[in-house]
Design a protein around this ligand. Structure first.
Ligand SMILES: [Zn+2]
Length: 405
């Protein structure tokens, strides 16, 4: 679905690394902030780069664009958990603009931030469970506007997962541990890359001419330790390497049976004995996958009408708010021929613990409707998603809003 975002890179000069981002970093978490200000992303980043305070963040997002100010391979000072804190040393700081006054600009910026965070999750293999509020690290009431709207961190994680699913087609985020130093790959490894540098010390990441290459030389300890194709491609570091190599294939990236079955149906695993061999070589249980394929095919062929979706796909749609909530959700799923308990079990599995921590204090429909009118729940699709994520019946709230107005 069409989520896109203009990203402008305006990086701090390396002469200021000592103040703004002294340590190299392997991003493993993402931290969500509100700026508590009313300035644009461009202003926030120029101000951050321009001053000499030990305060920094990687990217600011407003209603038009995202502006990156610190390389993702370096730390930034935004989490308030000290010089060796996980937030400050392992997380990408994302600031959302216009939170002070809120309103449409903030609503749009907040929506853009979901897209930005999903992109970072994809790029660095960070799961939604590692997307945290600033408050998680230091207790500071940040992002203040989301918190005051009653959006919990667990709900926010569901929202970023839903956005990720919309953008990248679902499935669990592959956790691809990116090693810190330049010793994870060896000469001769073929790797997939998402960027390249012109020298082993350069900090200017460029778009590579090819997305795969072979490591032909390693300078251990260098910023970009791996030379690809004898220099015909350039230099890369562990953060640029997104696949391949010996470590990447060893740490298996497990897909669910449902996803593999869909890939089989899409022809990605060949057919007959070839399919069987390939699935087994990749470590999947052939009979299990085949049974799922038969189940999926069986239904869709008899049903000639709409194509049957897998439980995993439907569960993701449920999380994205497409099936309503409560009794309404149940009725709609059953009317469409899905097994409600099966789907709900998958939703609970995907949400993990967040489902048990459902919101503490239940507000009445009228209270929520008043909050909606006061602008606390944003508007449009965002409002719907938030209300549903918080467990409210969107339709009921909408009707009450109309009644009150
Ligand atoms: Zn913050």
């Amino acid at each position: 679905m069409g989520h896109s975002l203009q990203i402008t890179t305006m990086l701090v000069p390396s002469s200021k690394y000592g103040i703004k981002c002294p340590y190299t970093m392997t991003p493993s978490y993402i931290t969500r902030h509100d700026t508590y200000n009313d300035a644009s992303a461009m202003s926030e980043v120029s101000y951050m780069i321009g001053n000499n305070k030990q305060v920094s963040f990687h990217v600011a997002v407003d209603d038009y664009r995202a502006v990156q100010g610190i390389p993702y391979s370096r730390n930034a000072w935004h989490a308030g958990d000290g010089s060796s804190g996980t937030g400050n040393r392992k997380s990408i700081g994302v600031e959302v603009c216009y939170s002070k006054s809120g309103g449409d600009r903030y609503t749009k910026a907040d929506d853009n931030a979901l897209t930005m965070i999903a992109m970072l999750m994809k790029q660095f293999g960070i799961p939604a469970t590692k997307v945290h509020y600033h408050r998680h690290w230091s207790g500071k009431v940040c992002p203040h506007r989301l918190i005051s709207m009653g959006v919990t961190e667990a709900q926010y994680q569901q929202m970023v997962q839903a956005r990720y699913n919309e953008m990248y087609g679902g499935g669990a985020v592959v956790v691809n541990p990116v090693p810190v130093t330049g010793t994870s790959y060896k000469v001769g490894d073929t790797v997939s890359i998402n960027g390249v540098y012109t020298s082993s010390g350069s900090d200017k990441k460029l778009k590579p001419s090819k997305t795969t290459g072979t490591i032909t030389k390693i300078i251990s300890g260098a910023r970009n330790p791996y030379l690809l194709n004898n220099g015909n491609i350039g230099w890369v570091n562990d953060v640029c390497i997104v696949g391949g190599g010996t470590t990447a294939t060893a740490s298996t990236t497990r897909k669910s049976v449902a996803i593999i079955a869909q890939e089989v149906m899409a022809g990605k695993w060949g057919s007959g004995v070839d399919r069987k061999n390939r699935l087994q070589a990749a470590g999947y249980n052939y009979s299990e996958v085949q049974a799922e394929v038969n189940r999926l095919c069986g239904k869709s062929s008899t049903n000639s009408s709409p194509v049957r979706k897998s439980v995993a796909t439907i569960a993701q749609e449920v999380m994205a708010g497409k099936w309503g909530s409560g009794a309404d959700r149940k009725n709609r799923l059953q009317a469409a021929g899905y097994n409600y308990s099966e789907v709900q079990a998958e939703v609970n599995r995907l949400c993990g613990k967040s489902s048990t921590s459902s919101s503490p204090v239940r507000k009445s429909v009228t209270q929520i409707a008043q909050e909606v009118i006061a602008g606390k729940w944003g508007n449009g699709a965002m409002r719907k998603q938030r209300l549903q994520a918080a467990g409210y019946d969107y339709e009921a709230v909408r009707k009450e809003v109309n009644r009150l107005l």
